[in-house]
Ligand binder design. Structure first.
Ligand code: NDP
Length: 448
C-alpha cells in the first residue's frame, strides 16, 4: 500500500475521488508538492497513510436553508460545514456567504485552515462553512432571517468544545450577531460558540483588525529577515473588505504608502496614497453605507479602473486581500517586471499555482495566506481563551500577542523553508511546519 507515492500518482487518485473540485485540487497540490518529498524522507508518516487521511475531511455537513424575503417569497439556499480535522483542537474556521460558495471552495479553505491553525501554536483544529446566499443587496431583516434559519440547522453540529465558526467573505459583525443570537436562543446557553463577536457579548478587541494587521506584520518580518522594512515602500492592496482595509491601515502605521484598493467591480489608484483620513472614509463606505469602491475615485478625484485588478500598477510590495485566484500568471509576471520585491497574501489562495511558480523563479519573497493571514484565527483563538476564563484583555496586550504569534509563524516558515543560500520558500516552510504538529497528533491516536 502507498508504494507509489509520487505527487502525480497521489493527485491522480485525489482528483478521481473529488471530481470537479478544482479549488480543492489546487490547494492539495500546493501542499503535497512539498509534503510528499518530506514524507518520503520520514517513512513513519508514509506507513501510517497520514497524507491520505489528512486530505479527507472528518465529515461534511450539507443542509437546506429556507427563509422568506421582504416580498414574502420563499427562498432556498444551501448551507455547509466542512469539519476537516480536529486532531489538535476543536474545529475552527470561518463561514463564507457568497454566491460562488460550493463544496470545492469550502474544502480548499478547510484543508488550508489545518496548517494555518497549526502554525499559530494554539490548540485549534480546522473547519470551514457557509452558504451560496448573497448578503449583497439584501435588507438587514432578510439577512437576519437567513442567518436564523442557517443557524437553526448548524447549531446541531457546533459547540464551544466541538466547532467554533467565525466570519469570512460576506460574514461580518452583523451576520455573526444574528447567528450568535439564534444559537443562544436554541441552546439556552451563553457560550463562546462563535468568534468575531461584538464587544458587548464576548468579542475580543482587535479581532476585526487581526487578519489585516497580521498580514502587514508578516510582510514586515519577511523584509526584516532580508534587511529592509515596509517604511517608505509603495504598496498595492486588493479588496476593500475586512482584511484589505486593516492591512492597509497597518501598512500606513508602518510607514508604507497604499496606492490601491479594489472590489469585485474594479480598483482605484491613488498615487498620493490612501492615508488614515481616506481610509476612515472607505471603512464607513464599505461597512456602514455598503457602497462601491468606485465612489472613492469620485470623492478623491483619482483613477478608477472598472473590471480590472491592481497588479499592473508599479509597486514595491503587493498584498492580495480579496479572494482566491485573483492573481494569475500574467499578473505575477507584471509584478516581477515592475520590480515588486515581495507579496504577502491576506486572502486565502489568491495566487494561482502558475503565479506562485513565477514568484519562486524570480526569487521574490512570497508569503502564502496559510501563513501570512493566520492573525485572524490567532486572535479568534485568543477570543476563545478570554471567553473560557471570562476575562477581556486590553488592546495593547492583544496586539502584542498577535505580533508575537506572527513572529513565531515567520520563524517556523523560515526554518523549514530556507534553501541555505539566503532565500526562503515560505510555501514549503508553512507546509512542513504546519504539517508536523498535526501529523504527530494523528499518529499518536493510532489508526483512526
Ligand atoms: P469581505 O467580505 O470583508 O471582503 C471581501 C473583499 O473581496 C470585498 O472587497 C469584495 O468585493 C472582494 N471580492 C470578493 N469576491 C471577489 C471576486 N470574485 N473578485 C474580486 N473581488 C472580490 O471578506 P474578508 O476581507 O473577510 O476576506 C477576504 C479574504 O481574506 C478571503 O479570501 C478570506 O477567506 C480571507 N481571510 C479572511 C479572514 C478574516 O478574518 N475575515 C481570515 C483569513 C483569511 P465586493 O464587495 O465587490 O464583493
Amino acid at each position: 500500500m502507498y508504494d507509489d507515492l509520487s505527487v502525480a500518482h497521489f493527485m491522480e487518485g485525489l482528483i478521481k475521488r473529488n471530481s470537479g473540485e478544482t479549488e480543492f485540487h489546487q490547494a492539495v497540490y500546493e501542499f503535497v508538492a512539498d509534503a510528499i518529498p518530506f514524507i518520503i524522507e520520514h517513512p513513519h508518516y508514509r506507513k501510517a497513510g497520514i497524507i491520505q487521511r489528512m486530505t479527507e475531511p472528518d465529515r461534511t455537513i450539507i443542509f437546506r436553508v429556507v427563509w422568506e424575503d421582504d416580498e414574502g417569497h420563499i427562498r432556498v439556499n444551501r448551507g455547509y460545514r466542512v469539519q476537516f480535522n480536529n486532531s489538535i483542537g476543536p474545529y475552527k474556521g470561518g463561514l463564507r456567504f457568497h454566491p460562488s460558495v460550493n463544496l470545492s471552495i469550502l474544502k480548499f479553505l478547510g484543508f488550508e485552515q489545518t496548517f494555518k491553525n497549526s502554525l499559530t501554536g494554539l490548540p485549534m483544529g480546522a473547519g470551514k462553512g457557509g452558504s451560496d446566499f448573497n448578503p449583497k443587496g439584501k435588507s438587514d431583516r432578510e439577512v437576519m432571517r437567513f442567518c436564523q434559519s442557517f443557524m437553526t440547522e448548524l447549531a446541531f453540529h457546533i459547540g464551544e468544545h466541538t466547532d467554533i465558526p467565525a466570519g469570512d467573505i460576506g460574514v461580518g459583525a452583523r451576520e455573526i450577531s444574528f447567528l450568535f443570537g439564534q444559537y443562544k436562543r436554541l441552546s439556552r446557553e451563553f457560550t463562546g460558540v462563535l468568534t468575531g463577536k461584538s464587544l458587548e457579548f464576548g468579542g475580543s478587541l482587535i479581532r476585526t483588525e487581526a487578519t489585516g494587521y497580521g498580514n502587514a506584520y508578516f510582510m514586515e518580518e519577511m523584509l526584516k529577515l532580508h534587511g529592509t522594512s515596509i517604511s517608505g515602500k509603495t504598496c498595492t492592496v486588493s479588496g476593500s473588505g475586512n482584511v484589505a482595509l486593516y492591512c492597509a491601515e497597518k501598512i500606513t502605521h508602518l510607514g508604507g504608502k497604499v496606492l490601491t484598493l479594489s472590489d469585485s467591480s474594479g480598483f482605484i489608484y491613488d498615487p498620493e496614497g490612501i492615508d488614515a483620513e481616506k481610509l476612515a472614509y472607505v471603512i464607513d463606505l464599505k461597512t456602514v453605507q455598503r457602497g462601491r469602491i468606485s465612489e472613492y475615485a469620485k470623492k478623491y478625484n483619482c483613477e478608477y479602473h472598472a473590471g480590472k485588478r491592481p497588479w499592473d500598477i508599479p509597486c514595491d510590495l503587493a498584498f492580495p486581500c480579496a479572494t482566491q485566484n485573483e492573481l494569475e500568471k500574467s499578473d505575477a509576471e507584471q509584478l516581477v517586471v515592475n520590480g515588486c520585491q515581495a507579496v504577502s497574501e491576506g486572502a486565502n489562495m489568491p495566487s494561482s499555482a502558475e503565479a506562485i511558480e513565477v514568484f519562486h523563479k524570480a526569487k521574490l519573497l512570497y508569503a502564502p495566506g496559510k501563513a501570512s493571514n493566520a492573525g485572524g484565527v490567532a486572535v479568534s483563538g485568543l477570543e476563545m481563551t478570554q471567553n473560557s476564563i471570562r476575562m477581556s484583555w486590553g488592546e495593547v496586550e492583544l496586539e502584542e500577542r498577535l505580533r508575537e504569534i506572527i513572529k513565531g509563524i515567520h520563524r517556523k516558515c523560515a526554518k523549514h523553508g530556507s534553501d541555505g543560500n539566503g532565500y526562503v520558500n515560505y510555501v514549503k516552510g508553512a507546509n512542513i511546519a504546519g504539517f508536523v504538529k498535526v501529523a504527530d497528533a494523528m499518529l499518536a491516536y493510532g489508526v483512526a
